[in-house]
Design a protein around this ligand. Structure first.
Ligand code: AMP
Length: 464
């Protein structure tokens, strides 16, 4: 399938050619014609599958023919959960729209509001925003939403996780009811479906991959290791296996800094991004990581959401994610755009419960092992499942050496169809939500694993 067969015209095809996007990804193939036909859609689209292009490309096509935007108004509004994702979506609008006359801007908190207000003065075609800052700007009469024709809720699951539901509802109520609605979410919980249905009865569900699955080209492995040995194991693996670029996830901001201190002391250049840092510092750290000034970036879940680093080979979960959903998003930072990737999770005895939650959500078993030199000594508590399962296909010590990765992955390559060893079978579907038979993780996707039914989760979700 070619992009031009999807109904995109010359200025957009030209930018795709320049970006070396040879053929549409599955989600693009499905979403673009539907969006161009004016349909309302909810799409199960994981990060790294080309989901941004699947709404940005048709939006550019539709808006390119439109009259100039009105002062302080926008024709299309894209809401994202994080500043990083907002900035990235805007960057995509810029790249894909290089040969169009589309005007766009991005607004998010943590940055000065005045420059954002002045950019909105003349109005824009596409406004990308985080919900809180958008409402501030509306309250300060810097922008009006009553001419929005297309509304995109990107990473809707994250927006709900982060408690944006009331802001989103307020924003939706300010837009015309005749707008086109596009909702994207990696996971479909009942809450997401409820939100989608509130957008309109006629919303069509599309799914290039079953929701709640991980990107299929990612190799996944769990390492059993004592908590107090995780820093040493990480340092050893980075050095021994010559990892040149690795994104490490820590559950807490404090943890990020501790890991970074340890790695820096070991001579591995490391930066951090988390909610205690200013937006400027976060942007700088990300830029420096992308530019390979840092070998390692340590991030909390929220700070890392939506970030797109091309050809990132390794993701390490220093802590097992509390929420199974976060596992999908964390490891989705690698294996993007059809490239290979490796995701390694360090699991101490007290974290086995999180693995069970993840495997339950993904409906797969993740290979487990331990490192020769870092065999765990900590014993699981009675009833715990501490014994490493030896399911590794390689038998002995698995190696994720950068040098041993296959050489067939090339930058700017095309998306491969799903079907890796960790994947469930996938189908391309397009149907209305009314008779959906999509398997969903239900509530479990958004909730941390919890031993006692009904008891409160020990670790609460914090915005960071
Ligand atoms: P996304 O899932 O939108 O975050 O996109 C992940 C990465 O895939 C980004 O770096 C995009 O530039 C890239 N990408 C998107 N669409 C295509 C395509 N059709 N062919 C090759 N790369 C793509």
């Amino acid at each position: 399938m070619l992009f031009k067969e999807l109904g995109l015209s010359e200025p957009i095809l030209k930018s795709l050619e320049e970006l070396d996007h040879k053929e549409p990804s599955e989600i693009q193939e499905q979403a673009i014609p539907m969006i161009l036909a004016g349909k309302n859609i909810m799409a199960a689209a994981q990060t790294g599958t080309g989901k941004t292009g699947s709404f940005v490309l048709p939006m550019l096509e539709m808006l390119n023919e439109k009259a100039k935007p009105y002062a302080k108004n926008a024709h299309a509004l894209v809401l994202t959960p994080t500043r990083e994702l907002a900035a990235q979506v805007r960057e995509n609008v810029h790249k894909y729209g290089k040969f169009t006359n589309i005007k766009s801007t991005v607004v998010y908190g943590g940055a000065k509001i005045f420059p954002q207000k002045s950019k909105l003065k003349k109005g824009v075609d596409i406004l990308v925003a985080t919900p809180g800052r958008l409402l501030d700007l509306v309250n300060q009469k810097a922008v009006k939403l009553d001419r929005v024709q297309i509304l995109v809720l990107d990473e809707a699951d994250h927006m709900l996780d982060m408690g944006f539901i009331h802001d989103i509802k307020k924003i939706i109520a300010m837009t015309p009811s005749t707008r086109q609605n596009l909702l994207f979410s990696a996971t479909f919980s009942p809450e997401i479906k409820k939100l989608a249905q509130s957008l309109g009865e006629d919303i069509i569900e599309i799914s290039a991959q079953s929701p709640n699955t991980t990107v299929t080209k990612i190799k996944q492995m769990v390492y059993h290791v004592d908590k107090n040995k995780k820093n040493d194991l990480l340092t050893h693996m980075i050095k021994d296996e010559e990892w040149d670029q690795v994104l490490v996830f820590s559950r807490t901001k404090h943890g990020c800094e501790k890991i970074a201190d340890y790695l820096n002391a070991a001579g591995i250049k490391t930066g951090t991004i988390h909610g205690d840092k200013t937006q400027g510092a976060r942007t700088k750290a990300l830029r420096e990581f992308k530019g390979k000034f840092f070998q390692v970036l340590v991030a909390t879940d929220v700070a890392a959401r939506g970030i797109d680093i091309s050809n990132l080979p390794f993701v390490v979960n220093f802590d097992m994610p509390t929420y199974p959903n976060d596992y999908i998003h964390r490891i989705g930072r690698t294996g993007r755009a059809g490239q290979e990737g490796t995701a390694i999770s360090f699991m101490s005895v007290d974290e086995h419960k999180f693995l069970r939650g993840i495997e339950g959500l993904l409906k797969i078993k993740i290979d487990q092992t331990s490192h020769e030199s870092f065999k765990p000594n900590e014993k699981p508590s009675v009833g715990g499942r501490g014994k490493p399962r030896s399911r590794g296909p390689r038998g002995g010590k698995p190696s994720f050496s950068r040098n041993r990765r296959s050489s067939d992955s090339k930058p700017g390559g095309s998306f491969s169809k799903p079907g890796g060893s960790n994947s469930r079978s996938t189908t391309s579907k397009a149907r209305s939500t009314g008779n959906s038979n999509l398997k969903s993780a239900g509530n479990s996707a958004n909730k941390p694993y919890n031993k006692k039914k009904g008891s409160k989760p020990k670790t609460s979700w914090k915005k960071n």
